[in-house]
Design a protein around this ligand. Structure first.
Ligand code: HEM
Length: 385
């Protein structure tokens, strides 16, 4: 892969204008349709059940999860997104992975990509002029991802040759994009971006949500009661429509995003001069909408320091609907948001239905990196209900 073509990674996230619009228009419809997401309820549920088994086995004698539990959450999100973007189980939740196994290499490659993209993007970009060692390693790492995606996309292409298709509904997301676009490169870019954008965001969000649930007993119990009411028989598969009935659970998640916005803000570069709040801002200036600040402003939320999920279920008081804006807004709003919501809701429904989460260690501070999440070992305790 050459220096210029390697821009395939983050191509989508880092591209702008017509190039971005043209690509987004090709994949937006299939990704965002509720009927697409509905198809992934059962696969995400299966992955999540495997994750809970993995957690059960990883606990120590007190029921505490290991120091590196946040890494395990990354494995779960990788496994979920592999199922969505590549129609496969990547095998990242296996507890016996050798260093050379494909799942372990995927986990390592994802970690490397996520940790280093910020270094390349935000520090002096010497790599634009000469291939620095980090850049070269980064490109090789991306080549591994491209090969991985190509392998599963070729399998999907083979499958499509013999698959009986009577309507779009018979196709997976990947198959649908392959069929409608007729260009495997589009499917490769889609899969790569979904994988690379859809691991860290959801993992950090889930770390935050589980930590808040474990340290807020009464609110967790309210979620547990609601989940038990909506899903009385835990052995029955989850029905997509029933997830809509988890009003309090969804409000809890919304409140976590309000107080601790995982993605700290959204940026835009002005394409023309504009006036914002009376200030004249010239074209070319980068404007940031800091969700981490606005979600905690008295102007938009009454008693912002109070963690109160109920506020999202009531219709009184001061509460701006943008006070919780985890997925951004407008034309570039998060493309994976329906999958992210599904993954969070399925995980909470399965986990809190069976286990009470507690936390018995030093309180964790939140750290701002690219994102905002609890900083330190997430040693949650799982107690069977
Ligand atoms: C709770 C988890 C997540 C959060 C908080 C989150 C948040 C965001 C935010 C704030 C943006 C930028 C929006 C803007 O600029 O207005 C974004 C973009 C994006 N997200 Fe997510 N996201 C999450 C999960 C996911 C997942 C699971 C996927 C993949 C399945 C995904 C795929 C994307 C993509 C592809 C974009 C770029 C969209 C574009 O520029 O056209 N996200 N996300």
């Amino acid at each position: 892969m050459s220096q210029s073509s390697s821009g395939i990674f983050g191509w989508w996230l880092c591209s702008h204008g017509e190039k971005w619009r043209s690509f987004r228009s090709k994949v937006q419809r299939p990704i965002l349709q509720p009927q697409t997401v509905k198809k992934y309820v059962a696969p995400i549920e299966t992955v999540t059940e495997d994750f809970i088994k993995y957690m059960e086995n990883a606990r120590d004698e007190n029921g505490d999860l290991p120091h590196e539990f946040d890494n395990d959450i990354h494995r779960w999100s990788l496994e979920c997104i592999g199922r969505v973007a590549l129609d496969t189980r990547l095998g990242c939740l296996s507890s016996e992975l050798t260093k050379e196994s494909e799942p372990q290499r995927i986990i390592d490659a994802a970690k490397f990509a996520l940790r280093n993209v910020a270094v390349l993007e935000l520090k002096a970009p010497y790599w634009r002029y000469i291939p620095t060692p980090l850049w070269t390693k980064y490109v090789n790492n991306m080549n591994f991802f491209v090969e991985l995606c190509s392998k599963y996309i070729n399998e999907a292409l083979e499958r499509l040759k013999t698959k009986k298709v009577t309507s779009e509904n018979d196709l997976s997301l990947l198959e649908r994009v392959l069929k409608s676009e007729g260009d495997p490169k589009i499917a490769t870019i889609m899969a790569l971006d979904l994988i690379l954008v859809g691991i860290d965001t959801i993992s950090m969000a889930v770390c935050s949500i589980l930590y808040q649930a474990a340290t807020r007993g009464p609110q967790q119990e309210k979620m547990a009661e609601e989940i038990a009411r909506v899903f009385p028989d835990p052995s029955k598969p989850i029905n997509y429509g029933d997830l809509d009935k988890l009003h309090y659970t969804k409000a809890f998640v919304r409140e976590v995003f309000r107080m601790y916005s995982t993605v700290i803000g959204n940026g835009r570069t002005l394409q023309e001069d504009d006036v914002i709040c009376g200030y004249h801002i010239p074209k070319g200036v980068q404007v940031v909408f800091p969700t981490i600040v606005t979600g905690n402003m008295e102007q938009f939320v009454s008693n912002p320091l109070e963690f109160r999920p109920e506020r999202w279920l009531e219709n009184d008081g001061r509460l701006h609907s943008f006070a919780s804006l985890p997925y951004g807004f407008g034309a570039r709003i998060c493309l994976g948001r329906r999958f992210a919501d599904l993954e969070i809701q399925v995980l909470l429904s399965k986990l809190i239905r069976r286990y009470r989460l507690e936390y018995h260690h030093e309180p964790l501070d939140y750290a701002v990196t690219f994102m905002y999440a609890p900083d330190g070992p997430l040693r949650l305790r799982m107690i069977e209900r």
